[in-house]
Design a protein around this ligand. Structure first.
Ligand SMILES: C[S@@+](CC[C@H](N)C(=O)[O-])C[C@H]1O[C@@H](n2cnc3c(N)ncnc32)[C@H](O)[C@@H]1O
Length: 334
């Protein structure tokens, strides 16, 4: 029997199939319409994803990127909580299910593990397509419960080990945003929130982070501590980058010939249980110079600080050369 494909490859294949038979020009037009809908203030009174072609365009164009961003955020959580894995996962505003695929990619390797998964969203066409895509995935994906629900003050979430909210807060009113984070904190043992890696995405993450800490959570990632973020407001924003292979649709819509692009995202992963956050997090792409690596770090004791690792540091220098933006520092012991 052939070994199953890794989750990311299965998702890529399912998404490629989605555009089969759709004239490339039509697909590109649907993406253009969607991008202009998402540009600026997203409407908060009715779903942006109204029909099958909106949703197919969203899935083909954005889902590989949101999948990679959530996967990176979940990797931060998994590294801080070794041995833990969610028995239940609730994805709020889950759309076509990027976070469900990301959870599967993060915790797929454990034999015999099972997970119940629920996706909530108010856009029925998104749920329908999510269900369709998941049919080609692993058992946990295929068993996902796709439910229509509107996020708002009246929303009561089922208790879940893991609650994810990815690329959703921007689409909510301030009150709904606050209500959702408070409710996620009541329902979840671990809450992971991902937003675009922009200054305003970061501010929504910081607001959610404060709310989670107030509700008794500890931060598992990316921050090494529960203290206030050391970034002076307005001077910078904490964000990371996830590499995404570009599909032919991407190249068609955005032009350029690079086979990949970097999705910028901000996130917070917070837990009610014991976790081992990183001692420090690499907050910028490390600069590799002759015989030295310059790291910009957010640290547990000194806030933001720069560190230069040179050849004289031996194995630490070799590790620094392999360290990427977003990694923990020092590298975890083997
Ligand atoms: C940008 S998409 C993100 C989808 C998915 N979480 C991802 O990461 O790819 C935002 C999703 O939030 C959903 N959404 C926005 N406002 C909502 C509301 N008030 N109630 C329920 N779902 C909502 C949209 O329908 C859409 O599926």
């Amino acid at each position: 029997m052939n070994a199953p494909l890794p989750t990311a490859d299965t998702l890529r294949a399912a998404l490629a199939g989605l555009l089969d038979g759709l004239p490339p020009k039509q697909a590109a037009q649907a993406v253009d319409r969607l991008i202009s809908n998402y540009r600026g203030a997203t409407p908060t009174d009715a779903p942006v994803l109204r029909d099958r072609s909106d949703v197919a365009a969203y899935a083909a164009y954005r889902m590989p990127a949101t999948f990679e961003a959530v996967r990176a955020a979940l990797a931060g959580l998994a590294a801080a909580a070794p041995g833990w894995e969610p028995g239940s996962h609730l994805d709020v505003g889950g759309g076509t299910g990027a976070a469900v695929w990301a959870a599967d990619a993060t915790w797929e390797a454990r034999p015999g593990a099972s997970r119940t998964t629920t996706v909530l969203d108010w856009a029925e066409p998104a749920l329908a397509l999510g269900r369709e895509l998941a049919a080609s995935g692993a058992p946990a994906l295929r068993a996902t419960d796709w439910r229509r629900a509107r996020i708002g003050a009246a929303l009561a979430l089922p208790e879940s080990d893991l609650v994810t909210v990815s690329y959703v807060l921007k689409e909510l009113t301030e009150q709904d945003r606050a209500a959702l984070v408070t409710e996620a904190a009541r329902a979840g043992q671990a809450v992971v929130i991902v937003e675009p890696g922009t200054p305003d995405g970061y501010l929504r993450i910081i607001e959610a982070r404060d709310r989670l800490i107030e509700a008794g959570f500890r931060i598992a990632a990316p921050c090494p501590h529960n203290d206030a973020c050391p970034i002076e407001p307005g001077t910078d924003w904490c964000h990371f980058a996830a590499r995404v292979s570009r599909s032919s649709l991407h190249r068609q819509v955005k032009g350029g010939s690079l086979p990949y692009e970097d999705e910028k995202f901000s996130y917070v992963a917070a837990v009610r249980f014991d976790a081992r956050p990183a001692q420090a997090r690499v907050t910028r792409k490390p600069q590799i110079r002759k015989g030295q690596v310059l790291l910009e770090l957010c640290t547990v004791d000194d806030g933001l600080r720069k560190e230069t690792v040179t050849k004289r540091h031996g194995s630490l220098y070799r590790a620094a050369r392999d360290t990427a933006w977003g990694d923990s520092w020092p590298p975890p012991e083997e």
